[in-house]
Design a binder for this molecule. Structure first.
Ligand code: SAH
Ligand code: SF4
Ligand code: F3S
Length: 480
């Protein structure tokens, strides 16, 4: 049995991904052990985006109530769950390969139960059971409350599937078991699903309709986190700017800017981050709210996908290049030059010409992104693009364009790091640096990694660090 890549310690994450089609969101996370003496052991591995990592915490909470502790050792497990991602073909291949490893493990341990959760479960449904004989359980992202029943069916010798999508499930009342956490930073889901139908994207099919979670339950979860010593929350959704919640009696309405404000007001010691912002929906009201509160981090993930208006139209992104540039100028106007901006770009989308690819490079120059997660286009079955557009850019061309996108973006990322040198940054200490026992690591408001000699500072402290140099992917300095 080979060990998966462990990324539990996600400090020192390089700001700019080095390799093509490889980004932190594609990492695997193995949930750490809970040891409370429960009868059965759950091993859970999560792939894909932060939503999936966050969902695994909900799944663990549901199964904890059912008598499962989590374990970090596959060999100790009674139940193995893979929380999967379908965003690109490669993400699915990774899961298939992992399943074949688990298969050989199961041959030696016939009692082991194997389940597939998340987006691949939703996309393939019961086909998974036909294709992967070892899988006992297939459960989509809106059906996790049914896991106890489904496991009972499997215990009774059957295979079990529930991939029903819901219009209202937000798991608002479930307190996640914090598995992906260093005790300082936590993810809080504020909405689920997506209604946008970008033509390349599988998410609307795997996660269903957009729905926003009760604002009070979000604020309460953040308050509880503060009481437990957490110092930072990241509010999660595919499109946080379209968050909207109305109370049952219709008396109370909360949009994203108002939600941000409510969370920021919980405590000035609590940092607030959020992801992802859709360029069509991010409002000046959100930007002004960010400007009003010191503890709302000055960092916006604003995926452009392309710098060319024709391609954006084919992608069904519903904005064009001038609109995107205007939103960037609004960020600069309201929050200043220091606000960090990152993007996702897709290279080699259907029918993209060389000139259109150059437009993506020129948009990168225009924005001067701090970070970027870049991919080459990967056709996903069932999407609008797969049905209507030819995937006609040769793989070598896609890869070459992607490399150009990455190189251009890293150029600006390095410059953005360099301009931070010589300044004092307020840093939330997240733990020991991977480089050395004597160094601590944390992030500034802009989400840049800062590394410095530890002195008397501890995890969870805020410290002021004078930055003296940069590696291009992290800032180095000392506490002042
Ligand atoms: N909701 C977010 C994106 C979530 S998916 C948004 O709208 O920005 C994360 C990223 O994966 C996307 O931004 C896109 O860049 C990339 N992606 C999605 N589908 C893809 C595909 N078929 N091929 C390549 N990259 C894709
Ligand atoms: Fe996919 Fe577009 Fe929704 Fe993002 S906004 S999840 S890219 S459909
Ligand atoms: Fe992947 Fe599903 Fe997230 S497809 S990126 S795990 S929403």
């Amino acid at each position: 049995m080979s060990q998966p890549l462990l990324t539990l310690d996600f400090l020192d994450t390089p700001a700019a991904p080095a390799a093509a089609d490889h980004q932190p969101a594609q990492d695997v996370r193995v949930s750490p052990a809970t040891r409370t003496g429960r009868q059965r052991k759950l091993y859970i591995e999560s792939y894909g985006c932060q939503m999936n990592f966050s969902d695994s915490e909900i799944v663990s909470s549901i199964l904890f109530e059912e008598g499962f502790d989590t374990t970090e050792q596959l060999s100790d497990a009674d139940l193995v769950l893979l929380n999967t991602c379908s965003i690109r073909e490669k993400a699915e291949q990774t899961v298939r390969m992992r399943l074949s490893q688990i298969n050989s493990h199961k041959k030696r341990n016939p009692g082991l139960l194997v389940g597939v959760l998340g987006c691949m479960a939703e996309r393939l449904k019961s086909k998974f059971l036909e294709e992967e004989k070892l899988v006992d359980l297939v459960v989509g992202p809106d059906a996790y409350r049914d896991l106890p029943n489904l496991i009972r069916e499997v215990d009774g010798g059957q295979k079990a599937v529930n991939v029903l999508l819901s219009r209202d499930e937000t798991y608002a009342d479930i307190t996640p078991v914090r598995l992906n956490s260093n005790g300082i930073t936590a993810f809080v889901s504020i909405m689920r699903g997506c209604d946008n139908m970008c033509s390349f994207c599988v998410v609307p099919f795997t996660r269903g309709r957009e729905r926003s979670r009760d604002a009070h339950s979000i604020v309460q979860e953040c308050r509880d986190l503060v009481a437990q010593g957490y110092k930072e929350v990241t509010l999660l959704g595919q499109n946080v700017d379209s968050y909207k919640w109305t109370s049952e009696d219709g008396q109370e309405f909360v949009n994203f800017a108002q939600l941000l404000e409510r969370v920021a007001l919980i405590s000035p010691e609590l940092r607030v981050r959020f992801s992802t912002s859709h360029p069509k929906d991010i409002t000046d009201e959100v930007l002004y709210t960010m400007g009003k509160y010191e503890n709302i981090c000055k960092y916006i993930h604003l995926p452009a996908q392309s710098g060319n208006s024709r391609v954006l139209k084919l992608m069904n992104r519903t904005y064009d290049r001038p609109w995107y540039e205007e939103r960037v100028l609004a960020i600069r106007r309201i929050l200043g030059e220091d606000c960090a901006i990152s993007t996702d770009m897709i290279a080699g989308f259907c029918s993209e010409t060389e000139e259109e690819h150059q437009d993506t490079l020129s948009l990168i120059d225009f924005v001067q992104y701090d970070m970027g997660y870049n991919f080459f286009y990967s056709e996903r079955p069932g999407t609008l693009a797969a049905r209507k557009l030819a995937d006609d850019i040769p793989l070598e061309v896609k890869k070459r364009r992607l490399q150009e996108v990455i190189d251009r973006q890293q150029l600006h990322a390095r410059a953005r790091y360099a301009r931070m040198v010589g300044r004092v940054h307020r840093v939330l200490v997240e733990g020991r640096s991977k480089r050395s026992e004597e160094q601590l690591s944390g992030r500034n408001s802009q989400n840049q990694v800062v590394i410095f000699p530890k002195g008397t500072a501890q995890k969870g402290d805020y410290v002021n660090v004078l930055v003296t140099s940069t590696t291009g992917a992290a800032l180095l300095g000392e506490i002042v």
